[in-house]
Design a protein around this ligand. Structure first.
Ligand code: BES
Ligand code: MN
Ligand code: ZN
Length: 572
């Protein structure tokens, strides 16, 4: 889908359809006014009749009879203007796209919702709008061969803005959004692929190919390397398919700051199919277990986005990838595995395999002396029961770091909710014959899994995200179609941006000196350290940190006291 930004007014825009966002209870306003006038007050009539009220994501389409440039007008509800948020813009954009697509219309023009609303940054609004449009287009059509002509898609969208300055701002925001949304689609492709088309080797090859395209370093460890490293927990899970589909350990490194900066490390569970092993799962619904590599796929997608955006910080992605299969070679319940850390694990249930492969990945992460580690995993069915499909389960060994991760999730609308890792829960995973056992029974199943991981997340700040309930969208939401949700990609990108902004704020001169040297410094756009590379996607104009986030954003905290929000300039 091609996005073009241009200056113009909706009433005179020629084409199949023009989309307009309308607030609930605000009457005909803004760009709709001229269209309404040309249509002889039709929009006002529709509002009066109550057929369309402007409720969030409500839509109404009608023909214009040639009274304006476009053949049809689509009204999209934005909800009450005071309630507008970045995520509501994303939603309304997604709803616009899917509505037009389902009508079979191939091209349309639209205004950019929310860019002129008090309290929202125009660049953030434009980015969210473009993100919502592109995220909503996702379809996994690789295996559909019948009725190809019935598959609908929008080819081109024109974003209509007021003037030249806005063209530039929205253009940059759209580029930025594309780096992210295309990475989410990349992740969804990995997750949607069936297990016979997404083996550990396939996953590693996809990571390698992507890495070479965006300029990342990718190394893939084989079972031989794992043996040398003593990754007994990962190899234990891989044992059932070791002769058929060997495991791979994917290492992605994005190090623009070289060895002088400790990296953020992202770890993702990469079980390309989870049968449960000898503790086999019931067959009903087992086909869904192809998405047990969603954490790993999110990590790979996030590294893609971060590299494409050329964020000025070091980030590493680690993905232990294996199947979990029963066979004559498979581990038995009761087997004891020796992990890379030396900790021994009694395997009570071979279906609690995610924590085993993550244990060795978390130990491997130590070699980076990370500034923080986030792992993502479709780890427990208990998390689906506890939080459903609207929240990621979050556990951490450092409350401040955990909160920073949670806030990144808030900004991305990939929301997380913290669960406790109190000592009492650790009792449940003590083994009679080894250091640990891999299950703690059903009570608190999400937490005992987190407690297990915490034993391996030593020597660094760590946050665990259980995405079992959120990695697969059952119903479909305005900008998240049914199927793989790509959860985690946008959260991780937000977190990386936050760290990059904080680094920059920490390096920035004190406000006093800055003011003396350069009075206009506050308006200068933030420069990205690596922005010299030609492939860089330029960030939209910098903006002052909004007052709302100043209180809690670590970037703002790192800034010198009383800095008038100039130091922590945002990179989008
Ligand atoms: N991959 C599953 C968890 C899962 C369940 C993800 C549903 C997505 C949807 C994980 O490997 C698993 O099987 N966990 C077990 C652990 C139990 C045996 C302690 C579970 O949750 O039942
Ligand atoms: Mn399992
Ligand atoms: Zn699993």
């Amino acid at each position: 889908m091609k996005l073009t930004v241009k200056a113009g007014v909706p009433a005179s825009e020629k084409g199949e359809l023009i989309a307009l966002g309308l607030f609930e209870g605000s009457g005909v306003a803004g760009e709709a006014t001229a269209v309404d006038k040309a249509l002889g007050g039709l929009i006002a009539d529709v509002l009066k009749s109550g057929d369309f009220t402007g409720k969030l994501n409500q839509t109404l389409v009608f023909p214009t009879g040639g009274k304006v440039g476009a053949k049809r007008v689509l009204l999209v509800g934005l909800g009450k203007s005071d309630d507008l948020t970045i995520d509501r813009i994303r939603q309304a954009a997604g709803k616009t796209l899917t509505t037009v697509r389902d009508m079979g219309v191939k091209t349309f023009a639209t205004t950019v919702y929310g860019t002129d609303v008090d309290g929202l940054d125009a660049g953030d609004a434009a980015k969210a709008f473009a993100e919502g449009l592109e995220l909503a287009t996702y379809q996994y059509n690789k295996y559909r061969t019948l009725d190809k002509d019935k598959q609908k898609s929008v080819d081109a969208v024109t974003l209509l803005v007021a003037d030249k300055a806005m063209v530039e701002l929205v253009d940059e925001a759209a580029d930025y959004a594309h780096a992210i949304a295309s990475s989410v689609a990349f992740t969804k492709d990995l997750v949607s692929a069936p297990a016979n088309d997404m083996t550990p080797s396939d996953m590693a090859n996809a990571a390698k190919k992507m890495a070479s395209e965006v300029g990342l370093t990718c190394r893939v460890l084989t079972e031989k390397d794992m043996e040398k490293l003593g990754m007994g927990a990962l190899l234990g899970v891989a044992q059932g398919s070791i002769n058929d589909e060997p495991p791979r350990f994917i290492v992605l490194e994005y190090m623009p700051n070289g060895s002088k900066q400790a990296p953020l490390v992202f770890v993702g569970k990469g079980i390309t199919f989870d049968t449960g092993g000898i503790s086999i799962k019931p067959s009903e619904g087992m086909e869904k277990m192809k998405y047990d590599m969603a954490g790993g796929a999110a990590v790979i997608g996030a590294l893609r986005a971060i590299a494409r955006l050329q964020l000025p910080l070091n980030v590493v992605g680690l993905v232990p990838a294996t199947e979990n299969m029963p066979s004559g070679d498979a581990i038995h319940p009761g087997d004891v595995l020796t992990s890379m850390s030396g900790i021994t694990i009694e395997v009570i249930n071979t279906d609690a395999e995610g924590r085993l492969i993550l244990a060795d990945a978390l130990t491997y992460a130590e070699r980076y002396k990370p500034r923080g580690v986030v792992d993502l995993a479709t780890l427990t069915g208990a998390c689906v029961i506890a939080l459903g499909s609207n929240a990621i389960g979050l556990m951490t060994n450092d409350d401040e770091f955990g909160e920073r991760v949670r806030q990144a999730g808030e900004r991305a609308s990939e929301r997380a909710w913290k669960l406790p890792l109190w000592d009492e829960y650790h009792e449940q995973i003590k083994s009679d014959i080894a250091d640990l056992k891999n299950t703690g029974g059903r009570p608190g199943g999400t937490i005992t899994a987190g407690a297990f991981l915490s034993k391996f997340a030593k020597n660094y700040k760590w946050t665990h995200l259980d995405i079992a309930g959120t990695a697969w969208e059952e119903k479909g939401k305005p900008y998240t179609p049914k199927g793989a949700s790509g959860i985690g990609v946008r959260l991780l990108v937000e977190l990386a941006e936050d760290y990059a902004n904080a680094d920059e704020a920490a390096e920035a001169p004190t406000p006093l000196k800055a003011a003396a040297a350069k009075p206009a410094a506050a308006k200068a756009p933030a420069k990205t350290a690596t922005a010299t590379k030609s492939a860089a996607v330029k960030a939209p104009a910098a903006k002052a940190a909004p007052a709302k986030t100043t209180k809690s954003a670590p970037a703002a905290k790192a800034a010198p006291a009383k800095a008038p929000a100039k130091a922590p300039a945002k990179k989008r």
